[in-house]
Design a protein around this ligand. Sequence first.
Ligand SMILES: Cc1cc2nc3c(=O)[nH]c(=O)nc-3n(C[C@H](O)[C@H](O)[C@H](O)COP(=O)(O)OP(=O)(O)OC[C@H]3O[C@@H](n4cnc5c(N)ncnc54)[C@H](O)[C@@H]3O)c2cc1C
Length: 454
Amino acid sequence: MKPFRFFQPVAPADAGMQPGRRHFLALSASGAVLAATGLGAGALLTAAPVRAVNTQARIVIVGAGAAGISLASRLSSGLDGAHITLIDSREAHYYQPGLTLVATGAWNASRVVDSNSRYIPSGVTWIKERIQEFDPDNNRVYTESGRGVDYDYLLVATGLKLDFDAIEGMDPGLIGSHGIGCVYDNPDHAARTWQAIERFTRTGGVGLFTRAPGAIKCAGAPLKITMLTEHGLRRAGNRANAELHYFQPDRSLFSQPDMDEFLKEHFPQDRGIAVNWEHRFTAIDPGRREATFATDDGERTLGYDFIHVVPPMTAPDSVRNSALASEEPAFAGWLEVDRYTMQHRRYPNVFGAGDVVGTPIGKTAASVKAQVPVAATNLISLIAGREMTARYNGYTSCPLITERGRGILVEFDYDLNMVPSFGFISPYEEHWVPWLMKDRMLHAAYNAMLRGRI
Ligand SMILES: Cc1cc2nc3c(=O)[nH]c(=O)nc-3n(C[C@H](O)[C@H](O)[C@H](O)COP(=O)(O)OP(=O)(O)OC[C@H]3O[C@@H](n4cnc5c(N)ncnc54)[C@H](O)[C@@H]3O)c2cc1C
C-alpha cells in the first residue's frame, strides 16, 4: 500500500481551534461567510429585493422539501393576498446534506431530523397528501385520495425518486444488514450504513462502492463515502487488510472537467482505491454477498464484505408520467423547465425548483438555494405583469469531504467554470474550511433558506 498523500493538507486533521478557524467562525457568525458559501451564493445571483405584489392568485406548491418550503416562504413574503397551498404528506423534514455525516459516524441521526411545521409560513394551507396526477391542461392536480386541487400557478418541487427496484435483489430494507450501506435513503438507513461501515473498518475485507448512471443528487456523495470509509480504515489501523473498489458507469469521476482530471489522478493513486470504469451495478445477492455489474465485456460478479449501494434516480412517477415531463433524451422524465428562468417550457403558469427539474447542473441544496429565488421572483413578475428577469446560472456546490476534518470545495456553473466562493482556498487543495462548512455552518444556512432569509 502506498503511503497516503491525497492533497497537500493545509492544517492537520486533528488540529485544535487555530486562529484561522476562530476567525472563520467569527465571520460565519456575522453572516459574511454564509453569504459567500454555496448555500448563500444564490442570493448573489438575484439580488433585487421584491416588493409585495397584491393578488388573489391560487398558487399550489407540490413537495415540502428544501425547495418547496423555501418557495412557500419567498412567495408568502413577496405576495399579498395570494392563496398558497403546499401539498406533501411528509411531516418530518430531513436535512439531507447531513446524511453523509450520519453515515460516516460524525453526527447522530437525530441531528438531521426536523419538522416541516416549524418552517411552513403561517397563512400557507398545508394539504398532508401526495399528488397522484398532474393535469396541467386543466390547471389541476389530484391527490392520492382523489381530491382535485385547482390552481392558477403551480410550482413543482417533488425532489426525486430513489429507484432501488432497478437493482435486482435490492430492497432498501436491507440497508444495514448483509454488509449493505446506502447514504441516500433516510436518516435511519444512514445510521445503519454507519454501523455497517464501522464493522467493515474493524474486519477489513473487500469494499465495493457503486455509482448509478445518469443524474443523481449530490453526485459527490458516492466519492465522499468511499474516501471517508478509506479514512475510517486508516484510523482503525486496518487499511492494509482492506481492498477497495469504486465502480463508475462511464469514464468520468466528476462532471466538472478540471476536477475530473484532478480526481482521476489523485483518487486511485493516493488512496489506493481501484477504479473500475464502465461498470453499471445491476444486481445484488445479499445472502452470498455478491454484486453484479454490466460491462462492455459482459457481466462481472464480485464478492464483497461491504458494499455502498447508489440506486439510479428518476423524477417521481407522478411527474415522469405527466405532460409536464421532458421528452428531450438528456432530461427524459424530469420536469421540463427553461434552465435559466425555471419556468416550464410548455406551460407558462408552471415553475419548478430542486432535484426534479431537468437542468444540466443541479440536484444539490446549493442549487436549490440558487434556483428558488429565481423561480419565485419570476413567478411574482409574471403575476404582476412585469418582465421576468431573474436567471439561474447553474450554480452548484459540493463540499467533497475527503476525510474527517478535511475536504475540497468544488463550485461551478452551467459553463462548467469553477466559481470559488473563497479566494484563499484552492479547489485543488485539501483544506479544513469545507469540513467546517459541512460540519458546523451549512445546516444553519439551509434552515435560513427554508425561512426565505437567504
Ligand atoms: C446523502 C446526501 C448528501 C447531500 N449532500 C449535499 C451537500 O453537501 N450539499 C448540497 O448542496 N446538497 C447536498 N445534497 C442534496 C440536497 O439535499 C438535495 O439536492 C435537496 O434536498 C433537494 O431538495 P428538493 O426540495 O428538490 O427535494 P427534497 O428535499 O427531497 O424534497 C422533496 C419533497 O417532495 C415530496 N414529494 C415527492 N413526491 C411527492 C408527491 N407526489 N406529492 C407530494 N409531495 C411529494 C417529498 O415527500 C419531499 O418532502 C445531499 C443529498 C443527499 C441525499
